[in-house]
Design a protein around this ligand. Structure first.
Ligand SMILES: *Cc1c(COP(=O)(O)O)cnc(C)c1O
Length: 500
């Protein structure tokens, strides 16, 4: 049976359901599978002939050791439905030009790739908690700078046995993101703004989450906290599926022959999405280079090129905000793997990161990094010109995150001359960032323009209809207008849960 280890202590062994319900190991490490399942040629052939739900079911079954086959199938069938995703194929490939494919991961309820995992995680979590702590209601607390909160709300909305409370910085999210959260539907959801910035919201959530008296109080009411953030294995494992699935689609559509090597480009923040592609490679998908694309916050570019991770640098707010990150938590899982599961070595690097904000990996790890990865970055001007050129040359509108990936892919192609077929992860719908996209295409300022007008403008430019998740936002009643202080969060949570 597939069990999980902690990246900081090899003596820890837990089941899949414990790994998912706890989220993080007590030693601060992240849970990783004990071994990687291997996909044989026959397995790949079967997957190629299956639809997305069947592919997800097959792949997840190999990882969720203590789930029954019925439980896994039940989870994936509830997550990837036509009701929730705009397309039959769930994660379709779009041929941008010969040999270059955009893997569109944004056809879910919130128009960004986080839906791919957050539509499934609540179901995995319900089953996991039922096994680990039967009868308990799971309470999810989220501090969000925008995208994650909305995707988590949509994922957990009306899932039996769960409640979700989301806190966002009053001044720190875009107008469209605010509207998305304020109009959230569902009986088990709650949203509040916080006076302060994202760090205040984050610190507030963390304080409540780790308070033993609060924990005790929840326990008395048969409730337990859990987390939906991207270090939870239950968020990572669904992401492996779409990389394997896209390779199968290339075979199915006669774009590659089985066994042909491809490249994968991923616009990266917390290193979760690209790590899932690395795991797909370890499972046997023939991937040549994993190309890591960053924005001006280029800490990962430097790390993958030099082996030095140094977060002591300025933080830039960019037009690809979901990649504005200086601590890429999921990197820890890669280090564990590349050090041949050396928990002490990983612990050393993470201690050094916590103390000095910096660490340098040894030569062996550095060599493996360069064997698997290629990395570069572009700033906002580069992102805008890529949006403009892709519109002019390929008649395709791309969101700023996807544009960063495309920009870096163009750099890769120029530097290496590698013409292998390439999949580029497209992580958000352009409509979600309509202002910046319209502004880039027209080379004009859109900062003060009305959101609804911008969505209309993008629709005209792209000759497409906005997704209904976006256009319907302007018609929905606002349900959540509350603002609280960081100090008032605990009371707010008690009141919402009805336990004071
Ligand atoms: C979260 C996010 C990313 C970054 O993904 P990581 O898994 O954090 O690397 C990229 N693009 C968009 C649109 C996102 O929401």
């Amino acid at each position: 049976m597939m069990n999980y280890k902690s990246t900081r202590n090899n003596d820890v062994t837990v089941t899949a359901s414990v790994a998912i319900s706890r989220g993080i190991s007590e030693d601060g490490g992240l849970f990783v599978p004990e071994s990687m399942p291997w996909l044989s040629y026959t397995d790949l052939k079967i997957l190629t002939d299956s639809d997305y739900v069947a592919r997800a079911n097959d792949i997840l079954s190999r990882f969720l050791g203590d789930f029954t086959p019925g439980e896994v199938l039940n989870c994936v069938s509830q997550a990837y439905t036509r009701e929730k995703f705009e397309t039959e194929s769930i994660a379709p490939l779009y041929e941008l030009e010969p040999g270059v494919y955009l893997l569109e991961l944004w056809h879910g309820p919130t128009c960004a790739f986080k839906d791919m995992a957050l539509q499934l995680l609540p179901h995995l979590l319900s089953v996991s908690v039922e096994k680990a702590e039967p009868g308990k209601t799971v309470v999810i607390l989220v501090a969000t700078s925008g995208d994650t909160g909305k995707a988590a709300l949509e994922g957990f909305r009306d899932v039996p046995g769960t409640r979700i409370l989301v806190f966002y910085p009053e001044q720190g999210v875009s107008p469209l993101q605010k509207l998305q959260m304020a109009t959230q539907e569902g009986e088990n959801v709650y949203v509040s703004a916080i006076r302060g910035n994202f760090d205040d919201a984050q610190a507030g959530v963390k304080a409540v989450f780790t308070d033993t008296a609060v924990k005790q109080k929840l326990a008395e009411h048969n409730m337990v906290f859990s987390s939906a953030n991207s270090i939870n294995w239950g968020r990572l494992v669904p992401q492996i599926v779409y990389y394997i699935s896209s390779y199968c689609d290339l075979i199915k559509n006669n774009r590659i022959s089985a066994g042909e090597h491809i490249n994968i480009v991923v616009p990266t923040g917390n290193f979760g999405n690209i790590l899932a592609a690395y795991y797909a490679k370890k499972m046997g998908i023939p991937i040549n280079k994993l190309i890591c694309a960053s924005n001006a916050n280029n800490v990962l570019t430097e790390f993958l090129q030099t082996g030095v991770y140094d977060r002591n640098r300025p933080f830039y707010t960019t037009i690809s905000p979901s990649m504005d990150i200086l601590i890429s938590s999921n990197l820890e899982r890669l280090l564990y793997d590349l050090s041949a599961c050396d928990d002490k070595q990983v612990r050393g690097y993470m201690d050094s990161l916590a103390k000095t904000g910096r660490y340098e990996v040894d030569e062996a790890i550095k060599k493996s990094l360069q064997e698997h990865f290629w990395a570069s970055y572009c700033d906002d001007d580069g992102t805008r010109s890529t949006i403009r050129e892709t519109y002019a040359k390929n008649a395709c509108v791309t969101d700023p995150h996807t544009a960063v990936a495309l920009n870096v892919y163009r750099q890769y192609r120029e530097k290496t001359g590698d013409e292998a077929k390439t999949i580029i992860a497209s992580t958000a719908s352009a409509y979600k960032f309509a202002g910046d996209v319209v502004g880039a295409i027209r080379s004009e300022q859109t900062a003060n323009a009305d959101q609804r007008t911008l969505v209309g403008e993008l629709s005209k430019l792209s000759l497409s209809k906005p997704p209904k998740q976006i256009s319907s936002l302007f018609e929905k009643p606002v349900r959540f207008e509350g603002v609280c202080d960081k100090e008032g969060m605990q009371q707010t949570i008690f009141t919402v849960l009805g336990i004071d």
